[in-house]
Design a protein. Sequence first.
Length: 255
Amino acid sequence: MGAGHAHALYRQGHSPVHALPPHCKLVAVFGFVVVVVSTPREAVWAFGAYAVLLAAVAYAAGVPARHVLTRMLVEVPFVAFAVLMPFVAEGERVEVAGVSVSVPGLWGAFNILAKGTLGVAASVLLASTTELRELLYGLQKLRLPSLLVQIATFMIRYGDVIAGELKRMSIARRSRGFEARGVRQWGVLAKTAGALFIRSYERGERVHLAMVSRGYTGVMPVLDDAEASREQWVRAGALPGAALLVCLTGWVWVL
C-alpha cells in the first residue's frame, strides 16, 4: 500500500535506525515529543540534552546536519510568532538592548521555539529514515482507523499527480500568453482551480471503479505483516527512555 516512490525527505541508508520497524519508530518519536512537551520550560539545560539525543540519532542514522536543518524551515511561521510574543505579552517587563520586553513573553517564546524545534527535528529524522509506504504500514500496525490510513495513502499517492496536472495547466496558460499580473486575471485562475477540481474528482471516480473491478472491498491489503522483536522495541525505546530521564531530572531541578 502507498506510493511507489520515495519522498523528498527520505534519505536512503542501511543504518540501525533505518532497519527499525516503522511502527516502533512512530511510537518512539511520539513518546519523545510527549516527553519534550512535558518538560518545564525553566529547565533550559534539558532542551540542550534533548538536542544532543537527536544529534546522536542522526549520527547513528547517517543523516547529515544540513539535511535536517534545511528541512526544518517549515517552522519559520512559528518562529515569527514566537519572536512577537515578548513585545505583545503582558506582565513584568525588562530592558533588553534598550527595548522593553515582557518576561512571561520571553519564557513563552523560548518554550515555543525549544519544544517546536525539537518536535520538528524529530519528525524530520523520522521521515528521513522511513519511506512513506513504511510509515503508512506502521500506522496500520498501530491500529489507526483503516479509513484514515487509506485517505493518507491516496493523498500521498495522488498529491504529485494533481501537482503535475496543475503544472501542465500552468504551462498551457503561459504558452497562450497568459500572465497573472493583477486582479483582472483572478477570474482565469479561479476557472483553473475549478477545472482542476473537476479533473481530480473524475480521476478519483475512475480510480475507485478500477479498484472495485480488482476486488477492493473497503480494506487495503497488508503487504508485510512481520512483527517487531523485543530487541527492536528496546532499541526504539532508547530515545524516549533517555528523554524521560532528562525530563524527570528537570522537574526535580525546578522543584
